[in-house]
Ligand binder design. Structure first.
Ligand code: NDP
Length: 244
């Protein structure tokens, strides 16, 4: 199955590191014009060195007004990957009000806001489009010390379904991917300890964590016309991690 993104314009959030960066590079290799959005300029500088065709956009997406200002001239967009998020380890009884707001702001509110900006343009142009929200297996499974993270991803799954419902009539599809652990910076934060990692891999029938390309390939499929009949779906990228 060949997937090409020639003549498509794509926005990828959280494109400085990890899954977002790999997705931006894969889309560029597939022929898309890519706008990479993240909040650390140094990451954008190194991304552009690696792939000069990518357009960098530096903004803290948890700031609503700054996001409006940064994206107001983004131009026509066909594809959006809402990937930026943060993870934290915190026992439920110690979660503070500020932490709750901070993580919901980037993991949920920013995804809604960027999608609003992009989808308004898609609707106005009548061209349709495809949006992929990067959720997690944590949206449906309780993980110790992940109360806020799990809650943000549960919210993102439901947001995906409502977006699919409301944007479908404009031929805008909205889906999400729900990966298991990938050893990015975020993955290492929670799962570097081998004992802790075993509690996760022992529940995964294939017995291992996902690789970056496993998640990227699923994102590309959902962005592409090869998934033209798929809308409002939560695609597990978890090697069957929910079957036991
Ligand atoms: P990383 O931490 O490696 O990368 C996250 C990227 O998002 C970074 O470039 C980061 O920039 C950016 N980002 C974070 N906050 C903001 C902000 N406020 N404004 C703009 N950009 C921001 O994470 P992963 O690649 O591992 O995760 C990507 C997605 O995949 C996330 O949605 C995550 O929840 C999901 N996921 C990850 C899994 C894993 O095990 N790794 C498993 C399942 C889902 P900076 O570094 O400057 O903060």
């Amino acid at each position: 199955m060949e997937i090409t993104f020639a003549a498509k314009r794509a926005v990828v959030t959280g494109a400085g590191k990890g899954i977002g960066r790999a997705t931006a590079l894969a889309l560029a290799r597939g022929g898309a014009e890519v706008i990479a959005v993240t909040r650390t300029q140094a990451d954008l500088d190194s991304l552009i060195l690696e792939c000069p065709s990518i357009k960098p956009l530096c903004v803290d997406l948890s700031d609503w007004d700054a996001t409006d200002a940064a994206l107001k001239d983004v131009g026509p967009v066909d594809l959006l990957v809402n990937n930026a998020a943060r993870g934290m380890l915190q026992p439920f009884l110690e979660v503070t009000s500020d932490q709750f707001d901070e993580f919901f702001n980037i993991n949920v509110k920013a995804a809604l806001h960027v999608a609003q900006i992009v989808a308004r343009g898609m609707k106005a142009r009548g061209t349709g489009g495809s949006i992929v929200n990067v959720s997690s297996q944590a949206s449906q499974r309780a993980l110790k010390d992940h109360a806020v993270y799990c809650a943000t991803k549960g919210a993102l799954d439901m947001l995906t379904k409502v977006m699919a419902l409301e944007l479908g009539p404009y031929q805008i599809r909205v889906n999400c991917v729900n990966p298991t652990v990938v050893m990015t910076d975020m993955g290492r934060l929670a799962w570097s300890d081998p004992e802790r990692a075993k509690t996760m891999t022992s529940r995964i029938p294939l017995g291992k964590f996902a690789e970056l390309e496993d998640v990227v390939n699923s994102i590309l499929f959902l962005l592409s016309d090869k998934s033209a009949m798929t809308n409002g779906a939560m695609l597990p990228v978890d090697e069957g991690g929910k079957v036991r």
